[in-house]
Design a protein around this ligand. Structure first.
Ligand SMILES: [Zn+2]
Ligand SMILES: [Zn+2]
Length: 484
């Protein structure tokens, strides 16, 4: 297990994990999470999944078999707001699909015509995103669960004990009101947002739909539809034996929070199984960052962002992202932020003069380029000294700079693969031997290479590729000659 995960498993979390693992030693441990395939949201909802994935990794490192489930509420009705985000505000698609608002997502065609249904389309987009982050859950499609009969035992309980369930909720959670316990699917218009059960008499159920103004008589066995969400999760916990699920505070209010209501319903009516709470803080995000983080940050940075102080609410801002980029080391002694500032501009040029396609470049290069463009909103090009920048430096200083760069190139060529620390010692020695002042020369060299930020110049020179140093030497020599 990596050290970040070790740090992230605090005492509190360790106790929660051990408590449940002890009582379920003979079966695989189940970690559950949830999505909706109504649209593909931005990065603010990723915390739940990064957290769940870290729990899965921890349990596996203890030698446990773990099943990582991703429940998709595909039986839920689509709403207009979700549709707008899903089709990226495309007016034509909105017009074509708004008639499906109120219909279960699984029963709507794919707006982009590449999958069997709307739900299938976004399920595959969501999985694609998770795979990109090295998160590999198993999708459980809620409509398929109902369709295949997994919920039948619970339907029988609900339709025979409906009033009892209502009374139970009223007594135990007086501040909470459940609108409908079951949402029937209208056989005429296939919507379920405005249909309801009017009466249950033995096995006979009457339903009515305000969408198409029809009434139907059906039976407890034939009726289609889904449970209200809190009942649904109570049943789901008992079917899939979920052991751990991440919840934000919004679900954990003792009076009206979904977790405690579902837990009580499970204990009283559906079998008594419930998962342990893995609590996490809510994520707020500056709107301008939406959809920019996934392409710009490697998974490890999401770990740093989301796992540290997992219960604390957090705000993702440009400043916060830069701060974490300065913590994450892409290689020994080099942070992601330094890499982007110092090395990336030159690496890009090396790629330009090579046969490597952009897809085969190393991942960090691709992330770094997106980070530069989407987060820093600039292009970083490496700079060679110009007549103007060199003209501002006095002749004797420029001669010293030439001497320094000449030494760096020769040193790197005669000491291939030298460690930075060893090079640094010799670098310092060079200044002492030649009675040169770093305090005087460094700002001048920084100006020449347009490397004005805070990374040490010794490091910048160490990383600048040779071609650049040779070109610099040539330009400095020419400038010195011309100004004689
Ligand atoms: Zn599709
Ligand atoms: Zn209807």
């Amino acid at each position: 297990m990596n050290t970040l995960y070790q740090k992230f498993i605090d005492k509190d979390l360790q106790d929660i994990l051990e408590r449940r693992v002890k009582t379920s030693s003979t079966r695989p441990i189940v970690v559950g999470t949830g999505i909706t395939s109504s649209h593909l949201g931005d990065e603010r909802n990723l915390r739940e999944f990064v957290l769940a994935d870290a729990i899965v990794a921890c349990l596996r490192s203890y030698g446990k078999n773990v099943i990582f489930l991703l429940f998709d509420d595909s039986y839920d009705p689509l709403n207009f707001r979700q549709l707008r985000v899903a089709v990226d505000k495309d007016e034509q698609l909105i017009k074509k699909f708004e008639k499906y608002c109120g219909t279960p997502i699984k029963l709507i065609p794919d707006p982009f015509n590449c999958h069997d249904s709307y739900a299938d389309h976004f399920q595959s987009k969501i999985l694609e995103r998770f795979h990109h982050l090295d998160i590999y859950p198993n999708m459980i499609d809620s409509h398929s669960s109902y369709h295949s009969g997994l919920y039948d035992f619970a339907k029988e309980i609900v339709f025979t004990r409906m009033e009892e369930i209502k009374d139970f909720l009223k007594k135990k959670f007086p501040n909470y009101h459940m609108k409908k316990i079951f949402w029937p699917l209208c056989p005429t218009c296939s919507k379920l947002d405005e249909s309801e059960i009017d009466n249950i008499e033995g096995k006979k159920i009457s339903i009515s739909c305000k969408r198409c103004m029809t009434q139907h008589i059906t039976t407890t066995e034939k009726i289609k539809g889904k449970f209200s969400w809190k009942v649904d999760i109570a049943v789901k916990w008992n079917i899939f034996k979920s052991d751990f699920e991440p919840f934000s505070k919004a679900y954990l209010d003792p009076d009206v929070g979904s977790y405690f209501i579902a837990k009580s319903l499970s204990e009283e009516f559906f079998g008594g199984h419930y998962p342990e709470i893995i609590e996490y803080g809510q994520v707020f995000m500056d709107r301008e960052l939406s959809y920019t983080l996934l392409p710009s940050l490697p998974r490890e940075i999401f770990d740093l962002l989301f796992l540290d102080h997992r219960k604390k609410d957090m705000k993702l801002s440009k400043q916060k992202i830069i701060q974490v980029a300065k913590q994450y080391e892409v290689r020994k002694d080099m942070t992601y932020f330094d890499y982007i500032q110092i090395l990336l501009p030159y690496e890009n040029l090396e790629y330009l003069s090579s046969d490597i396609s952009p897809f085969e470049r190393n991942q960090i290069t691709n992330y770094g380029n997106k980070f530069t463009k989407l987060i820093l909103k600039k292009d970083i090009y490496p700079k060679l000294p110009t007549q103007k920048t060199m003209g501002e430096i006095d002749k004797s200083s420029l001669q010293q700079i030439h001497k320094l760069i000449d030494w760096v190139v020769r040193y790197k060529n005669t000491h291939p693969k030298v460690k930075f620390e060893t090079y640094l010692e010799h670098f310092k020695e060079f200044f002492t031997i030649h009675h040169m002042s770093r305090a005087h020369l460094f700002p001048l060299v920084r100006g020449m290479f347009a490397q004005e930020h805070s990374s040490p110049l010794s490091r910048i020179l160490y990383y600048i590729p040779d071609q650049f140093l040779y070109a610099t030497l040539f330009l400095v020599e020419r400038h010195l000659k011309e100004s004689e």
